[in-house]
Design a protein. Sequence first.
Length: 332
Amino acid sequence: MSKVVTLGEIMLRLSTEIGQRISTAQSFLSHYGGGEANVAASLAQFGHSVVHATKVPDNLLGTTVIQQLRRQGVDTSAVLVGGPRLGTYYLETGIGSRAAKVIYDRAGSSFAQISKNEWSSELLSDAEILHLSGITAALTPQWCDLLVELMEMAHQQGCKVSFDVNYRGNLWSQEDAGTALTKLLPHVDYCSAGKLDAIHLLGIEPCSESEDELVYYYQAIKEKYPSIEGLYSTKRLVHSASSHELTGTFWQAGYYESSTYKLDPIVDRVGGGDAFSAGVLHGILTGMSPQELIEFATAAAALKHTVCGDSNQFTDKEVTAFLMNKSGAISR
């Protein structure tokens, strides 16, 4: 299988039990994860050789992060040790009509304090894809510049760049995100971005026709950033915090859409988008047809919603079996 490098921050997630608020919780469920690390774990489950680059403190929390990555089959040789702390966030788990709520406590983390490239060019040696996200660009202006440097390094070594816009309103404004994306997207080959990203971050005029509107947005993004070879995102119809309908979309010289999965009940939504991104990258790396790719990626995302924790716990064979058996409620 292929070598992939992912780079991004890993944090400690402290979640309330269902029905509990942060203000009244007596205990929290703990998980470790981050968007790029979740993609790494999924791709390792799918059989790829995956290196995750990050930085963690020299304490028990940092050691636990490294141990978890290794248990998931991820190469930790590019994990740097140092700095003051591991970033944390609190998740108030939603239920019914009450949505989940996130509170970040990540300022000054070991990863966020990186201001220049601390990895050698060997990080990307023989890698086919480097996967990054907008969450990292949101941390500091220095990180945005560093991502551009890493993207350029990747292309110099013949490595493709995958980028998930992954906009988080709690981290930066739409204006700041849009400015950063004008620097980043010219260096991207595969991009996870949807309708709202196109309108609010990339300055694309809203589509006047509801039919085939995603085709319009994908084509507009491609015209604005011609280096992008493939675009993908999910359409999510939310009935309640624990009941969604999920459809995957992919554009590569044509528009492709997956079957729709009814996710009810959702065990843990965190990391569902990362499992989807990993499924897309797996399809690209293994030469799947666009339709096969989007069906696999959406099935992987649907399965992630059925387990606790931030990352996918299913192999490519399990995802394929789930897809072929049409397990769960699927509408076409």
